[in-house]
Ligand binder design. Structure first.
Ligand code: ZN
Length: 212
């Protein structure tokens, strides 16, 4: 078995782990590597369902192959989405959120119509289309991460995202308060200007509430 590099986030010791879930008659074993100190982890691979790794043919993995795959991914710093999200800057988290909402509106998703998520996703799609960043007729395969990165710098998009936080958190701010919060919010996600600690704390809690 390969040697695992120490954790790039905390220098902790990683371990190959196994978790089993019951599926109909079978126990499915899933393998992954996790840091014993901070919990950073790779994706999990089972030995039950066929998978395609790096474009290979779909096949069931052996235990050995699953362990080798997760070890290799750990050493290449390929972590699961949760780990990546935990270590992103707030700016990258917001870009990630824009991408995820755009994906809902562009490819369709099982999101309740009229939910804040759905409404926000469609507002973002509209801006992207107005700016010519997404063109339905083009039949192109878009990199929505790139589109989200471009949209992030659009002042209208920051307002939309802030409105989304406001709605999800039931803040009911008056227009003056919105202006003030919006300013702090922009400073906060850009990570470059001073934000009052109390407001900073509140914004972090708001972000956590929508899974950031
Ligand atoms: Zn760690």
């Amino acid at each position: 078995m390969k040697n695992l590099n120490t954790c790039p986030y905390c220098n902790g010791i990683p371990k190959v782990k196994k978790t089993s879930i019951k599926f109909i008659e079978n126990n499915i074993d899933k393998y992954y590597v996790e840091c014993s100190d901070c919990g950073a982890a790779t994706n999990q691979y089972d030995t039950f369902f066929p998978v395609s790794i790096y474009g290979s043919d779909f096949h069931k993995m052996s235990k050995k192959e699953a362990i080798e795959t997760v070890s290799e991914q750990w050493n290449k710093c390929m972590f699961n989405a949760y780990t990546k999200l935990m270590h992103m800057s707030y700016k990258d988290k917001v870009i990630w959120q824009i991408r995820s909402l755009l994906t809902d509106a562009w490819y369709g998703a099982m999101v309740p119509v009229d939910s804040p998520e759905w409404k926000t996703a469609w507002k973002l799609r509209k801006v992207a289309e107005d700016r010519g960043l997404l063109v339905l007729q083009s039949k192109k395969q878009y990199d929505l991460g790139e589109v989200a990165r471009t949209l992030f710098n659009d002042i209208q998009v920051k307002d939309i995202i802030f409105g989304y936080f406001e709605e999800v958190n039931n803040m009911n701010l008056n227009p003056d308060e919105i202006r003030e919060w919006n300013l702090y919010f922009n400073n906060f996600i850009e990570g470059k200007e001073y934000v009052k600690p109390s407001i900073k704390d509140r914004i972090s809690k708001m972000l956590i509430k929508i899974g950031m």
